[in-house]
Write a protein that binds this ligand. Structure first.
Ligand code: LMR
Length: 402
């Protein structure tokens, strides 16, 4: 058989391929590494650091890893669902013992990003090009993933950087105007990038709009335990889950177990009227994407959560992280009145009222690295560099930070 080439197409597959824009957060890692200045400050990617600027492996993780090494007998495949005992162990931590956990089926994913990707693909196979509302601002990965899959992203207002306050009424009004069946992305706690979380009353009001309008919540819970505590940080998610028949929750253990590169997460799906159909589609999509999730991080989390002593140690380490973040927040709020709101916010991020030019000047003149939006990772501020950072901000924008 003779094959004829379609001459309307260029012979080189990649000839017309444009350059992809670099990832705004990951490119900061390289820029920071290449800066030779000794006093540089990394407030870029969201990785927890202790007071000495280190990101040590949790002691509970080290102990679980030692046990895993000694006891693991096989590395045979587990299946697209992942480690079901890991999933069973994290379920009550997230959803509690009450009805929020009912009729949820979990799938282990490569980190929270894998969970979001899988969520987006499940939504898209169910309804091609479905609408999804995403907070403005939100983590840049949200918009990228949803658009890449083909969902139609619409922003809803959620934060005013200048006053450091939630735009709750505008947010609620935007959700109330969504079409029935639209998906709404909500961050469960420790909002990335603003740190500004909904109060419980606000969660209840949002839940009411979701239920009344027939919207589908997709909750991203990536920092449980780094805000107010494990229970408090999941309270909003549980309020929503008590009230809806259809929901998706993307969960990450990367931050609260310090497992980052092990890529440990899960997607929880509730589809009360189509459970088996949705489950079969989700498993098929997982299989097409990564076949099976990486095992190590999930095995470590399972070992920790199945052991009372290790669980207590893990909780203690998490408490220490949270207390340190709180201290940094309080310090900045005290030093810089314009950032007073930081003391009430949660987690590792804050969004400063800086322009892209200010951010560039902070980097060029003071060696301070942060996202172009003005987002800072508060955990990058240590006993050694906190006052230098405050001085740099005052120098960069004396009108704001005097
Ligand atoms: C961040 O927002 O910095 C983290 O969630 C890391 C990432 O993957 O973007």
């Amino acid at each position: 058989m003779t094959m004829t080439r379609d001459l309307s197409l260029p012979a080189d597959l990649f000839q017309d391929l444009p350059m992809a824009a670099p990832d705004v957060l990951l490119s900061l890692i390289r820029l920071y590494r290449e800066d030779p200045r000794p006093g540089k400050i990394d407030l870029g990617v969201g990785v927890y650091r202790d007071g000495a600027g280190e990101t040590p492996v949790f002691a509970a993780v080290k102990a679980a890893e030692a046990r895993l090494l000694a006891e693991q007998r096989t590395k045979a495949y587990l299946g697209a669902e992942g480690d079901v005992d890991f999933l069973a162990a994290i379920t009550p931590i997230i959803f509690g013992a009450r009805s929020a956990a009912q009729d949820l089926f979990p799938i282990q994913t490569p980190g929270g990003m894998g969970a979001l990707r899988l969520a987006a693909e499940v939504i898209n196979v169910a309804r091609s090009g479905a609408g999804i509302m995403v907070g403005a601002p939100s983590w840049p990965g949200h918009g990228s993933i949803f658009s890449a899959v083909g969902l139609q992203v619409t922003p809803y207002p959620c934060f005013d950087t200048t006053t450091q306050t939630l735009l709750f009424e505008p947010m609620l009004a935007a959700l109330a105007s969504a079409r029935c069946g639209d998906v709404v992305l909500l961050q469960g706690g420790c909002h990335n990038p603003t740190g500004a979380d909904l109060s419980l009353d606000q969660w209840r009001a949002v839940t009411q709009v979701i239920a009344e309008r027939g919207l589908v919540p997709l909750i991203d819970l990536a920092y449980q335990g780094l805000g107010q505590g494990l229970e408090a940080d999941a309270a909003g998610t549980r309020i929503v889950l008590e009230a809806v028949d259809t929901a998706l929750v993307a969960y990450s253990c990367d931050k609260n177990f310090g497992l980052y590169r092990e890529r440990t997460g899960a997607l929880f799906l509730r589809a009360r009227h189509q459970a088996e159909t949705v489950r079969s589609n989700a498993l098929k999509l997982a299989r097409c994407n990564w076949s099976m999730p990486p095992d190590h991080g999930a095995a470590v989390v399972r070992i920790i959560l199945q052991d009372e002593g290790l669980t207590a140690l893990w909780r203690q380490e998490l408490d220490g992280m949270r207390a340190r973040l709180r201290k940094v927040r309080e310090h900045l709020a005290q030093q810089l009145p314009v950032l007073g709101g930081l003391a009430e916010q949660n987690g590792i991020f804050a969004l400063l009222p800086l322009s892209p030019e200010d951010v560039a000047a902070m980097r060029a003149d003071h060696g301070v690295y942060m996202a172009g939006t003005g987002r800072i990772n508060l955990a990058g501020l240590t006993d050694d560099n906190l006052s230098g950072f405050v001085t740099a901000l005052r120098g960069c924008r004396p009108d704001l930070f005097a």
